[in-house]
Design a protein around this ligand. Structure first.
Ligand SMILES: [Zn+2]
Length: 263
């Protein structure tokens, strides 16, 4: 990847490979029209979110970077994309779950100071973080994908970050509630794709290479963390890849092109 390129990474939390292929019609259209390459990624173990967020940003596997559970989340102590970009004078941004603030900006996460960040001294210099807390009625926590993508495009417009990470959590939330083979989970993947379809053209116009993946898949019974194929197989779309189309090779997500990209 070019060292001067601007990159957006979208992590669609809990989106399994086959659901992406079946439901994400806009992303598949980019592959079919030779504007993007689609790869099948094999998630590292355990197939849990916080360990794999750190894997995607360091290239290290959980057993090596040390964040081995969502319950031992702490600030990253490894060289990571945000720290490398900042050290090289590049601008970073994220619209993401507060886990990312804890990993890269401030541990513990304190909403009053950390929820909205504009600070050139932090690894994530422009941050808009959400908690998913505060829903009482349906035993489910969600964010608006519409608001999330608008926040991301707003930061592109205002700050022109060299590296922007967007983390969408609704497929994971719906998957836990209804299961990975449910209509509700499929519809939510469709919804995320539909929101991306409204923003990716703008991001491409702004000169970004856009990478879209997920951290892990989902079991039919609504869980993840283990080593089954349905939990490990994840999609990886690379819009702007020099060899567009469907790739035959598979990669561990610790080997993602992003893991070796210094923006
Ligand atoms: Zn989950």
């Amino acid at each position: 990847m070019k060292s001067n390129g601007k990159v957006i990474l979208v992590i669609i939390d809990g989106l399994k490979f086959q659901t992406a292929v079946d439901q994400c019609g806009y992303l598949e259209a980019l592959v079919e029209s030779k504007k993007a390459r689609r790869m099948k990624m094999i998630a590292v173990l355990p197939t849990l979110s916080a360990p794999i967020y750190e894997t995607l940003h360091t290239g290290l596997e959980p057993v090596d970077h040390g964040i081995t559970s969502n319950d031992n989340l702490r600030k990253s102590n490894s060289e990571n994309i945000f720290s490398i970009a900042k050290e090289n004078g590049l601008r970073t941004a994220a619209a993401a779950h507060s886990y990312f603030s804890t990993l890269y900006n401030a541990d513990p996460y304190i909403p009053i100071t950390d929820q909205e960040v504009n600070d050139a001294n932090k690894p994530i210099q422009y941050g808009r973080f959400y908690s998913e807390k505060g829903y009482s009625s349906f035993n489910i926590s969600l964010i608006s994908e519409h608001d999330l993508m608008n926040q991301a495009s707003m930061m592109i417009d205002r700050y022109k970050p060299h590296y922007l990470m967007i983390h969408s959590c609704s497929c994971d939330s719906i998957g836990h509630k209804f299961g990975g083979s449910s209509q509700e989970y499929s519809k939510q993947a469709w919804m995320v794709n539909d929101q991306l379809a409204q923003h990716i053209p703008f991001w491409m116009e702004e000169g970004y290479r856009v990478l879209i993946t997920s951290d892990h898949g989902f079991t039919d019974s609504g869980n993840h963390g283990g080593s089954s194929n349905i939990e490990r197989w994840t999609p990886y779309y690379d819009i702007g890849h020099p060899r567009p189309g469907v790739a035959k090779e598979k990669f561990l997500n610790s080997q993602s092109p992003l893991a070796s990209c210094h923006c």
